[in-house]
Write a protein that binds this ligand. Structure first.
Ligand code: ZN
Ligand code: ZN
Length: 411
């Protein structure tokens, strides 16, 4: 790879450490890295020590080893998750460590594995890591997700290129989407986050009762919970450290009122759900519930997703993302939600984030539901934005104001 590439990779590592994690002097950092991302993980380690980190632990994984396990391990292996891993993560979180994850595995890695092995493994790790996950979902510690291309992912995005070219092109797309091509990405990100915060503050001030979405194939009214809070890309940990959980991030989001969604919405990008594509689909809502749906591709998968549990027929998240952004401008379908959902207005089927209503972080499931939030085992984002999308904010008294015009912010 060229020097130019090395420079960009170094800038990306620096951005992850300084803006994503915002490492503090004396802090411990955990990097969860697949082997194909070794060069990025090493650079991030270097940047972290240079910025004052005390210890950097790297938790390696390997796609090939994972695949071998799913090919050869006995059935009961998939019901177990090592407690030493669980305890280690909880202990480090308790000590105020920061957590950087690098994603980018082949979306089809486990396509041939037994579905019950995959389901059992997910359940076992989900249950075992519940304690650790609560540090993440309530922003007690600083955490961030970035990406590096595996060969499998790169070939999925650029199927007509040879492997090396596909990987190089996907790196380039990741660099554009994360503003690495700017002269000073750290400063560019600070300005970007300030812009998102500005939109968030306006929306919180206006406190709309409803949003009205209109575009080709979409005419949807979404009521917002009485005490809803709009949230943007920048987060703050318990210690008061600002960090960015998703890089890239372009969204300002809140929760829908569970029973307040009515009308039709059409998808505008394919949705990769568990290795299967759902494409050109639409959902019809009545009083919050999906009462009818269509899909040109992946109808059965969509049906299974909607039938996961009671909450999977309701909307949890409402996210506003301009049609024009560095990610959209790449004109690439990434088949990776970290990227695709940040290139388009989107909604999520399933659970809402507790921090999207006042006092939500302290509420249990019943209290969240009572305050209008949906709860579910699932949370799946799907893309609905387009260049012809208009969104109005509707006040309590019926007065309207444009929020989006032709796919971009109008406030
Ligand atoms: Zn989102
Ligand atoms: Zn989401």
């Amino acid at each position: 790879m060229t020097t130019n590439f090395q420079e960009k990779l170094e800038k990306y590592a620096e951005l992850a450490i300084k803006v994503g994690i915002n490492i503090q002097p004396g802090q411990i950092l955990v990097i969860r890295a697949p082997l194909f991302a070794a060069s990025l993980a090493r650079l991030a380690t270097k940047k972290a020590y240079e910025a004052g980190a005390k210890i950097v632990h790297v938790d390696w994984s390997d796609e090939e080893i994972t695949k071998i396990k799913f090919d050869l391990a006995p059935d009961d292996a998939f019901h177990e998750f090592p407690t030493w891993v669980t305890k280690g993560y909880e202990e480090l979180a308790e000590r105020g460590a920061a957590f950087l994850s690098i994603t980018g595995s082949d979306p089809d890695l486990l396509k041939q594995a037994k579905p019950e092995h995959v389901a059992n493994a997910n359940k076992a790790s989900g249950r075992a890591m519940e304690g650790f996950r609560s540090y993440i979902t309530s922003d007690k510690v600083s955490w961030s997700i970035i990406a590096a291309p595996s060969e499998g992912w790169a070939k999925k995005v650029f199927p007509n290129e040879d492997t090396d070219t596909a990987v190089a092109k996907l790196w380039e797309a990741i660099f554009s989407a994360t503003r690495i091509n700017e002269v000073d990405p750290v400063t560019a990100w600070k300005a970007h986050l300030a812009t998102l915060d500005e939109k968030m503050n306006i929306l919180n001030e206006k406190h709309f009762k409803e949003l009205h979405y209109q575009s080709e194939g979409t005419d949807l009214l979404i009521e917002l919970p009485e005490t809803h809070i709009w949230v943007s890309g920048g987060s703050t940990s318990k210690e008061g450290v600002q960090f960015v959980a998703n890089m890239p991030t372009e969204e300002v989001f809140t929760s829908a009122k569970k029973t307040g969604v009515n009308g039709v919405v059409s998808s505008t990008k394919p949705l990769n759900y568990g290795g299967t594509l759902i494409n050109n689909f639409s959902l019809r809502f009545k009083d919050g519930k999906v009462v009818d749906f269509k899909a040109e591709e992946g109808y059965e998968t969509l049906k299974r997703l909607l039938d996961t549990d009671e909450g999977s027929r309701y909307i949890g998240e409402v996210a506003l993302v301009p049609h024009q952004s560095p990610i959209s401008d790449t004109n690439i379908i990434f088949y990776n939600t970290l990227f695709d959902e940040n290139a388009s207005n989107h909604l999520a089927i399933g659970s809402a984030y507790a921090f999207c209503i006042e006092g939500g972080k302290e509420m249990n499931k019943e209290e969240l539901e009572k305050n209008g939030l949906n709860t579910s085992m699932t949370h799946v984002d799907f893309m609905i934005g387009s260049s012809d999308m208009n969104i109005d904010g509707v006040y309590e008294d019926g007065k309207r104001e444009p929020i989006f015009r032709n796919g971009n912010w109008a406030i």
